[in-house]
Design a protein around this ligand. Structure first.
Ligand code: GLU
Length: 504
């Protein structure tokens, strides 16, 4: 069996959309599953769409996701260089080869002429296509005598090289996900392969490089499906064996139909990029999963299940498990709706499964940002009490602020509801009980309060809600016995005294 070799071939035209990350991920899983190689090729032949910083962004994003390359622009490899602009000299000969073999031709039609034809067609409610019918009456090497073609080229008349789509035949394509697809060549246009500025178009460079880099499987987004007939015809024209193809379904909007776009993210408040991106032209900042506090393994796990299913109920997969379980046969044809809530759920699952020590270390940075000094052992006691309540470490503050500072105010609604006429006397009595507890740990606190409530005949709810208000300032927070044990006896009593003065 020949080696499995796949590639991720982004164009550096901007930040990588999460759909692109998923494409890279599926390539990676497939390569690793089959003991093959994963290649990063940068397709930057369209200079007009080049965006500075995009290439570095793509590389950093994939590294953050744990998607690694065996060959690529940073790794090098037997087929270097891996950036198409560094391979530009290579493509001319392939374009010539197709002209010589009668599979391509020179076309001299100017952009203005083509625009005119387009307009005329439109006026007659038609679409202009440069194809087997129209090419016979246009300015190209099929209609112009050979000597004239030579002199036009020698005279540096701008030209393009177009692929000659065979007349009246069918292209049969096999896609691992979609099965067999057949199209009639009349529906195809003679795409430009090469321009006289010395640069190939995407189609030519892509096929030449996939061939030279010995790519065995092309796994890419569904948006490239319309290019597949041309690609299959190009392989045929070169006399090369085509790789196997798999076109991945689209990622769809969470609501309604259509492709997930940056606008959906802005509208519904979630990132569509793996990392934050600043547009070099406008300065506009787009949020990223990394900066929003997502764990890369949670993000990757979520993406893996958007289009692929393991055929079991399992939802949590490490990268290793994904590699073991992945197969293209279990990638669906239909688009997958992106679900921002489920994405948070994945992060929550990963968060609660992290070691408390790690969460404490991460959370301390957020605490320090508030100029509060604390120590890891103290934070470590808090984490297990609250981690189930959050999806992001940054949200832990909302659940724990009262461990670090006494209430500055008391929730008005809770006061109205919980603070009765008899409450101050009850709290004063309870403070005496608390003072006598030794050791001041959760078990002893709980037991003493329980006994006191039973003996006094007060309602458990009334007492505990009022006490919580004094200690926390609201009605939220974990078990009160735990809170008091952690903040300590002195601090608990102090908060009760302060609250008794403040709440009227
Ligand atoms: N350069 C193309 C892109 O930006 C690659 C498509 C393919 O994988 O063939 O997506």
């Amino acid at each position: 069996m020949p080696e499995t070799r796949v590639r991720f071939a982004p164009s550096p035209t901007g930040p990588l959309h999460i759909g692109g990350v998923r494409t890279a991920l599926y390539n990676y899983l497939f390569a690793k599953k089959h003991g093959g190689k994963m290649i990063l090729r940068i397709e930057d032949t369209d200079q007009t769409r080049f965006v500075p910083g995009a290439e570095a962004y793509i590389i950093e994003s994939l590294a953050w996701c744990g998607i690694h390359f065996d060959e690529g622009i940073s790794e090098g490899g037997p087929h270097a260089p891996y950036r198409q602009s560094d391979r530009r000299l290579l493509y001319a000969q392939y374009s010539e080869q197709l002209i010589k073999s009668g599979n391509a031709y020179y076309a001299f039609d100017t952009p203005d002429e083509l625009e005119q034809l387009r307009k005329e067609a439109e006026a007659g409610k038609q679409t202009f296509i440069y194809n087997s019918l129209s090419r016979k009456s246009l300015r190209n090497s099929l209609t112009i005598p050979a000597a004239e073609v030579e002199s036009l080229i020698a005279g540096e008349t701008p030209y393009v090289v177009r692929f000659l789509v065979p007349e009246n035949s069918e292209v049969v394509m096999d896609d691992i996900i979609r099965g067999r697809v057949v199209v009639k060549t009349e529906t195809l246009d003679d795409k430009v392969l090469y321009k006289s500025d010395g640069l190939p178009t995407y189609h030519l460079a892509n096929i030449v490089d996939d061939h030279l880099m010995e790519i065995s499987h092309v796994i890419r987004g569904e948006e490239w499906l319309p290019s597949l007939p041309l690609h299959v015809l190009l392989y045929k024209a070169f006399g090369w064996e085509a790789p196997q193809f798999a076109h991945l379904p689209l990622l769809l909007k969470p609501d309604g139909n259509g492709k997930l776009s940056k606008r959906d993210g802005d509208r519904l408040g979630f990132p569509v990029f793996p990392m934050q991106w600043q547009d070099p032209k406008t300065g506009e900042i787009s949020s990223g999963y990394r900066e929003s506090g997502y764990y890369p393994d949670a993000f990757v796990n979520m993406l893996a299940l958007l289009g692929w299913n393991p055929g079991t109920e399992q939802e949590i997969f490490s990268m290793e498990e994904l590699i073991q379980a992945f197969s293209l046969e279990r990638v669906g044809k239909a688009g997958s709706k992106f679900d921002p809530e489920k994405t948070k759920w994945f992060n929550h699952q990963y968060l609660i499964n992290k070691a408390n020590e790690q969460l404490a270390a991460e959370f301390i940075t957020f605490v320090s940002l508030r100029n509060i000094s604390t120590d890891p052992a103290y934070v470590l006691k808090i984490i297990p009490l609250v981690k189930e309540r959050v999806s992001f470490v940054k949200d832990l503050w909302e659940e724990t602020f009262f461990f670090f500072e006494a209430p500055q105010s008391y929730d008005v609604q809770v006061v109205q509801k919980r603070w009765k006429q008899e409450t101050p006397a009850q709290m004063t009595a309870l403070a005496l009980v608390l003072e006598s507890i030794e050791p001041f740990d959760t078990a002893h606190i709980d037991e003493a309060i329980k006994q006191w409530i039973e003996a006094s005949g007060f309602g458990m709810g009334a007492i505990m809600n009022a006490l919580r208000l004094l200690l926390v300032g609201t009605s939220k927070g974990p078990h009160l016995g735990d809170i008091m044990a952690i903040i300590g006896k002195q601090e608990s009593l102090k908060r009760i005294q302060t609250g008794l003065h403040a709440i009227k």
